[in-house]
Design a binder for this molecule. Structure first.
Ligand SMILES: Nc1nc2c(ncn2[C@@H]2O[C@H](COP(=O)(O)OP(=O)(O)OP(=O)(O)O)[C@@H](O)[C@H]2O)c(=O)[nH]1
Length: 397
């Protein structure tokens, strides 16, 4: 069973977007403030968000925008000059649902590559699937009297069943992953449904404007996380450290820490286990007190910044941290390859648990008058070197 790692983020995101949209429609003052959104304004916002999503390879956001842009264009009557066959609103509703159903199984890939073909095919699939579904419904209707409970089921078969299934798929995805696309898609589906079914009296154009703005925000937020978060440990990266350095005052301390003999550790247990250990060490470091802020400096090196603290003031805290890591018996999971002799039941991979431990060395320096951040960092790095020289698993100031 997958862990429900995305539950909190998803509930918060979906809740916020729905509350924002309902507030806009229910509180006339907010709606007046925003004014009516013209077709051209919405088109411009969609274009900017689409290009932004493409630039940062958030292709699923880009595809949602493309989908809603197609709906807006189809329904605006702007294509009437091309004398295209009219598409019924029921076909549009169903196509949107089938499109979302398919999109849940796609990954983010560059749209300007070979990956564009299956993604465009999704539009065709959604349209054909909706026609197929409507054909089935019509065929069923001809045998109406022969099918028990048909009159009871009839109102729901049109769209509600598919809507229910797609919502369930996205709820599962939201709960088990942390990607911002899933709550955005779930919020879009819910909003689409309540708006189109006229459960609330809302203008679809205004809702769409808020929705696309929310996509834009999500793309910006996840690009920020990509740039400023370390993927392995989830800690802020060195780039984030450089950003923080710009806001530090005159009085602060910098601790540089490094896992001892990590090369040997990797050589003994393998790189994957090394990665798991770095994650566990990072989780321990996150518990630092005294206002410390932890960063992954790079490789097996971490940095903790203590604003408004001297090296003396943070020494005990760092030593506690060092001790807690040295005492930490880390349970790591290792997949075992099947051999002919040692086969586990089909489909199940054997996982072995192992307990390991590591130590860290720490150098801590406080800022001296006139020093730049780089100089303090260098001083703490030199003290870390000293800590290594004096036998490792210690704090040097
Ligand atoms: N598994 C894993 N290993 C990493 C990562 N980043 C760096 N390393 C490894 O960390 C090791 C660092 O080794 P060294 O700098 O020689 O230092 P050390 O073995 O820790 O020895 P001392 O620092 O002197 O105690 C190298 O083997 C790197 O490959 C990572 O993200 N994952």
């Amino acid at each position: 069973m997958s862990k429900l790692i995305g539950l909190k983020t998803s509930i918060t995101s979906v809740f916020l977007i729905l509350v924002a949209i309902i507030a806009v429609h229910q509180v006339p003052a907010i709606a007046q403030l925003l004014g009516e959104v013209s077709f051209n304004q919405l088109a411009l916002l969609m274009l900017i968000s689409f290009l932004f999503a493409c630039q940062f390879n958030h292709s699923r956001f880009a595809l949602m925008i493309l989908l809603f842009a197609s709906v807006v264009v189809l329904e605006s009557g702007k294509l009437s000059d091309f004398s295209l066959p009219a598409i019924s609103s029921q076909t549009i509703e169903l196509s949107v649902m089938f499109f979302f159903a398919g999109l849940a199984f796609f990954k983010d890939r560059s749209l300007f590559s070979v990956h564009l073909v299956p993604r465009l095919a999704l539009f065709v699939f959604a349209y054909l699937a909706s026609l197929g579904w409507l054909f089935i419904l019509e065929s069923l209707a001809t045998y109406e009297t022969a099918i028990p409970f048909y009159p009871l089921l009839k109102p729901y078969l049109a769209i509600d069943v598919i809507f229910g299934v797609v919502i369930l798929i996205y709820m599962f995805k939201c709960a088990t992953t942390t990607h911002l696309f899933y709550p955005a898609a779930l919020a879009s589906l819910l909003l689409w449904y309540v708006t189109r079914a006229h459960f609330i009296d809302v203008s679809w154009q205004l809702s769409l404007t808020l929705l696309v703005s929310y996509y834009l925000l999500s793309v910006v937020a996840s690009s920020y996380f990509l740039a400023y978060r370390d993927e392995l440990t989830g800690l802020p990266s060195r780039r984030a450290l450089n950003q923080l350095a710009l806001s530090l005052g005159r009085n602060y301390s910098v601790a540089m820490m490094d896992v001892d003999h990590f090369k040997k550790f990797n050589d003994t247990y393998g790189h994957d286990i090394g990665d798991q250990v770095l994650k566990l060490v990072a989780a321990k470091l996150k518990q630092v007190k005294a206002g410390g802020r932890v960063f992954r400096y790079g490789g097996e090196e971490f940095t903790v910044i203590f604003p408004r603290k001297s090296a003396q003031q943070v020494f005990d805290e760092l030593d506690n941290l060092r001790q807690s890591i040295a005492d930490y018996q880390m349970v790591i999971r290792q997949g075992v390859r099947k051999t002919k002799k040692d086969r586990t039941p089909k489909g199940k991979q054997q996982v072995r648990e192992k307990t390991v431990s590591v130590t860290i060395s720490i150098g801590v320096a406080q800022r001296m008058k006139g020093q730049t951040f780089e100089q303090v960092l260098k001083a703490s790095d030199e003290l870390l070197y000293k800590a290594k020289k004096s036998g490792r698993n210690n704090v040097t100031k």
